[in-house]
Write a new protein. Structure first.
Length: 481
């Protein structure tokens, strides 16, 4: 009886799989029929896109959806909005961000509102961005709501409306947590976790902007060390400690970046803050050593970065290929250049874009296995258009990152010049005042400070990964006044 039951169950499952296969095939065939009926006419693009998406051909459907949006002069019907929402949720917002405002405004869906608000935010049109975002028109359970709350919190913070900013960020944290259920995919879970932590970081940054450095430091500690964004949090914590004149904790945060686990982090400003902190402690030799090491480390790589930017200009494919080489660990160019690219390809924004490109690549492989028809050529043309845009988005992101690093290092070199001049000036003054002591004590536990979220470790030969970021120096200031 048990054997008969198992065989019956297997036959039912097999029959269901056949039905599912037939349904999937039927959707694709239906899309092809609509295409054959109209040829290259846009008449049935929406129906073709709908059926392609039923079979999981989301990237192939994107150009069709854009065509409908582009050529439709009036507000679009609800049926189109539903398809547009599903498309954006599957391929990501960046595929549609390059479209003109007037075209995007033909749809009032939450995803499109978010895309337009992001574009306005980058243009520094903050009031317009808030107006378009309008969270009152985004349902409480809509997938874009946590990300819209993060954007709203950022806008309020920049505008100086700190209380509303903190409220938005706190709501964002809770909403991101609420969405973390069994229904979300691995990719969606990663995005929500990052969004939650960015909002926690937003609370700290807003308190920092208010110059409430103590509260900022307190909220930084709520971000877990397993977070994707934790490495950059350390640097911001270091600045918060610096403004509280807790220089030993600043140095402790900065020294953490020497740990092997942070080999992918590229932030030249770490050395600038280190030199500045030693300067504030009147530890002239240490400050000058940081300055000299910075020049030695970054001057030559800066020339290499600028050469790449000059050579490739705004041709995005070469930047994408450089990033691809780094993913395969094939890139050269020296330690700093290599580390900089490692930092780019490990960034969550890059990973999200590359993941979409990868999924689009899997989709084109499926299409190539179809029978040779005009419809197949049509699909290949569509998906290639989508993938070329996605590749260029990745390339543009890499270029923008390189441009940012070039400007950062250039500024840092100037900053280091001023620090070195200040070191020499103060050192000269002390020599003239005959106030330099030959005896130099390096540290004492009495110089340590901590709050209720910070702990003291004896370090009697032990080491735990959780202690990364908890280091504190115990240096005595050698300033005479």
């Amino acid at each position: 009886m048990a054997l008969w039951y198992k065989l019956k169950l297997l036959s039912i499952i097999f029959f269901q799989l056949i039905l599912l296969g037939n349904n999937v095939e039927a959707s694709l065939k239906k899309a092809e029929r609509y295409y054959v009926e109209t040829g290259k006419s846009r008449k049935n693009y929406l129906l073709i896109a709908k059926n392609l998406m039923k079979d999981g051909y989301h990237f192939s459907a994107v150009p069709l959806i854009k065509e409908v949006l582009f050529h439709h002069k009036n507000k679009l019907r609800r049926a189109f909005d539903d398809i547009l929402e599903e498309s954006i949720s599957k391929v990501g917002v960046r595929q549609f961000e390059s479209m003109d405002f007037k075209i995007l405004m033909r749809s009032k869906t939450p995803y499109v509102r978010y895309i337009i608000a992001r574009k306005l935010f980058r243009m520094k049109l903050y009031k317009r961005s808030l107006s378009i975002l309008n969270l009152d028109k985004i349902k409480i359970d809509h997938p874009i709501r946590p990300f819209s709350l993060m954007l709203r919190g950022s806008i309020f913070s920049i505008m100086g409306n700190y209380e509303k900013s903190i409220d938005s960020f706190k709501e964002c944290v809770e909403k991101s947590k609420d969405e973390l259920d069994d229904k979300v995919t691995k990719k969606e879970k990663r995005q929500l976790l990052i969004n939650k932590d960015i909002c926690l970081l937003g609370i700290s940054r807003t308190y920092f902007a208010k110059k409430d450095y103590k509260k900022a430091s307190f909220f930084y500690l709520d971000i877990e060390k397993e977070s994707y964004i934790w490495p950059e949090v350390l640097f911001e914590e270091a600045w918060s400690s610096f403004y509280q004149r807790d220089y030993n904790r600043t140095l402790g945060k900065l020294v953490t970046y020497k740990a092997p686990v942070f080999s992918h982090i590229f932030n030249p400003e770490v050395k600038v803050l280190e030199a500045l902190t030693y300067l504030e402690l009147c530890l002239w030799k240490d400050s000058k050593k940081s300055v000299d090491l910075f020049y030695k480390t970054f001057q030559s790589p800066l020339e290499k970065i600028d050469k790449v930017l000059e050579t490739y200009g705004k041709r995005y494919k070469p930047y994408y290929l450089l990033a691809k080489k780094r993913l395969k660990q094939e890139i050269g160019g020296g330690e700093v250049f290599n580390k900089m690219f490692l930092s780019i390809v490990r960034d969550p924004a890059f990973l999200e874009m590359y993941d979409s490109f990868d999924r689009g690549g899997a989709e084109i492989k499926k299409i190539k296995r179809l029978k040779n028809t005009k419809f197949k050529k049509f699909l290949i043309g569509n998906i290639r258009e989508t993938l070329i845009l996605q590749r260029n988005l990745i390339g543009a992101y890499v270029r923008k990152s390189l441009d940012f690093y070039s400007a950062m290092i250039t500024k840092n070199l100037t900053d280091m010049s001023y620090i070195k001049l200040e070191v020499l000036s103060r050192l000269r003054k002390e020599i003239l005042d005959n106030s330099i002591t030959s005896r130099r004590t390096r540290g004492d536990i009495k110089y340590l400070k901590r709050n209720e979220k910070q702990y003291f470790w004896n370090f009697n030969g032990e080491f735990w990964a959780d202690e990364l970021g908890d280091y504190v120096f115990a240096l005595k200031s050698e300033c005479k006044t």
